[in-house]
Design a protein around this ligand. Structure first.
Ligand code: ADP
Ligand code: ZN
Length: 529
């Protein structure tokens, strides 16, 4: 009934059909678009693949003037603009990859009113010339993509984004829409404050991805574990494997290829041609496994990625959510599998200690790591914990590893006391610090060369831990680290006590630990035929 639809809505719907070729809006798209077309500010939280782009592209086409899109993803701008141009949308971009002539051309198009959308790198808005340029044209809206980058509390802070707070002062009548795929309540509040979005309407889509099975396994022999996962559950299917380092990427891709898996590497150290070719094969062919650093994935729209595997611990829950979110965009059952071990904690602590930036910055990084560790060590439903992190209450999913094979907890107070007192004795009696391996050897009463060399078999704690296996001890150490009862220091992963260790040693605090289930969860149970 045409009398019931507002003229803006029908313009928007017509635009969706004619320009983009889709029949209907998804989720809250229509409401968001309506609101922005009507001149309102908006803050949009929508998971990856939710369809954020249309939320600003359509209002930019419907409203008079040029829509300015601020995005940090410079490498994707060319593709985004090409894709829009192929649809007949007049789009252009300005960033540091262009030479003077290219920039002049885009500026001229903007001033002549020949653009519908102009993509800008955030640092452009720190340049006065850009602001003056924008003054001379007509702007329909500002879209601030990846808006979490403005939040210092977030996981991906970019100082250039702070300049965006001035948009509102300079152009008070132009509506602004900020979009992000990940933000906790704290980050969302910070985004609203920093971007002057006090009046903005918040649109928060559900972050639940029920078709993704979340699994976090103790890391033993990660490449073999990965191969097992691919062979038994995802043979011939497309997947993404994330590694922290370029070398990790190369080695893992080679390992998988050697064992008959169609695997390709992707990282910033490869030349542009190889990267483009590998990406194209991943997108076009069936069943290619892309082994990559987190440089890969942003803006990649492949619906049938059946699994995302992490061989190294992500730096934050936000990162984990974003990366795993690339699995199963088509809604079919998919796996998010992470292998995590003691060495991950050691390595990340080292990176935090050595990171640039002030103490507050390091504290934020440490807080992100702690949240990630808490997710790894939880005995509750992974999905509940994940959604809870983003402020969305839910109930046990029945599909993640902890739901399928619930881990039990055990009173690890005595084990913790043994381990902590070994650390304490080494420090006090010997003025020595060691990593987990040596301390476990001592507790297990192993007369290794290194134990004998340091005379560690003379310690009173020597051999007092034979009631647990080495794997169990490693679990104890991981969880003491996750609970802040133990800390890693320096380049060699040496262990030191924390302020709270004393509470355990003095029996003022009980330590509950997670016992790994005997048989880890398999997807077979959860997959529909
Ligand atoms: P996001 O930016 O939230 O990750 P995109 O804007 O890239 O998501 O959209 C993801 C995919 O969904 C794209 O291929 C897009 O064309 C498609 N899409 C978005 N909205 C609709 C819709 N209303 N109908 C059909 N497909 C849509
Ligand atoms: Zn669950």
């Amino acid at each position: 009934d045409p009398t019931q639809t507002s003229p803006e809505t029908s313009d928007a719907l017509r635009c969706l059909r004619r320009v983009f070729g889709y029949d209907a809006f998804r989720g809250e798209q229509e409401e968001i678009i309506d609101h922005v077309v009507g001149g309102g500010d908006a803050l949009v939280l929508m998971p990856t693949g939710g369809g954020k782009s249309l939320c600003y592209q359509i209002p930019a086409l419907v409203r008079p003037g040029v829509g300015i899109v601020v995005s940090p993803l410079i490498a994707l701008m060319q593709d985004q603009v090409d894709a829009l141009r192929a649809l007949g949308v007049r789009a252009g971009f300005l960033n540091s990859t262009q030479d003077m002539d290219e920039r002049r051309l885009v500026e001229a198009e903007f001033l002549a009113g020949e653009l519908d959308l102009l993509y800008l790198a955030p640092e452009r808005l720190r340049v006065d010339a850009t602001l003056r340029l924008l003054d001379r044209g007509k702007i329909s809206l500002f879209a601030i993509d990846e808006a979490h980058c403005v939040a210092q509390w977030g996981h991906d802070f970019r100082p250039d984004y702070l300049a965006l707070s001035t948009l509102h002062e300079r152009w008070p009548d132009v509506p602004r829409i900020a979009l992000t795929a990940t933000a906790t309540d704290a980050t969302r509040t910070e985004i609203a404050a920093r971007l002057n979005l006090r009046e903005a309407r918040h649109f928060v889509a559900s972050f639940d991805r029920p078709n993704i099975q979340y699994r976090i396994a103790p890391k033993n022999d990660p490449r073999k574990q990965l191969l097992e996962l691919v062979r038994t559950e995802h043979a011939g299917e497309a997947g993404v494997v994330y590694c922290l380092s370029r070398k990790g990427v190369e080695d893992t891709a080679a390992f998988l290829a050697q064992h008959g898996v169609e695997a390709l590497p992707y990282h910033a150290g490869l030349d542009a041609g190889t990267r483009a070719a590998n990406q194209a094969r991943f997108l076009r062919e069936d069943g290619v496994v892309m082994v990559a650093t987190i440089a890969f994935g942003m803006g990649i729209d492949k619906p049938d990625v059946r699994f995302v595997a992490h061989l190294d611990l992500p730096k934050s829950v936000e990162g984990y959510y974003q990366e795993t979110g690339r699995a199963g965009r088509d809604g079919l059952p998919s796996t998010a599998w992470l292998a995590y071990g003691l060495q991950d904690v050691v390595q990340q602590r080292k990176m935090i200690d050595g990171s640039e930036g002030d103490e507050a910055h390091r504290r934020r990084l440490a807080a992100h790591l702690e949240s990630m560790l808490a997710l790894c060590e939880t005995v509750d439903c992974r999905r509940v914990r994940l959604l809870d992190y983003f402020g969305q209450p839910s109930t046990a999913c029945g599909n993640c590893d902890t739901c399928l094979t619930p881990p039990t907890t055990w009173d690890g107070t005595v084990a913790a006391q043994k381990f902590l007192s070994a650390v304490f004795r080494l420090a006090r009696e010997r003025r020595q610090k060691f990593g987990a391996g040596q301390i476990i050897d001592i507790l297990m009463g192993k007369k290794t060369a290194k134990v004998i060399q340091h005379d560690h078999d003379a310690l009173t704690v020597f051999g007092i831990g034979t009631d647990l296996s080495v794997a169990e001890w490693r679990g104890v150490v991981r969880q003491l680290l996750a609970q802040g009862l133990l800390a890693v220091e320096g380049d060699y992963g040496t262990l030191v006590l924390t302020e709270t260790s004393g509470d355990v040693l003095g029996s003022r605090r009980q330590v509950l630990l997670r016992r790994e289930p005997e048989k880890p969860a398999r997807a077979a149970k959860a997959r529909s035929e």
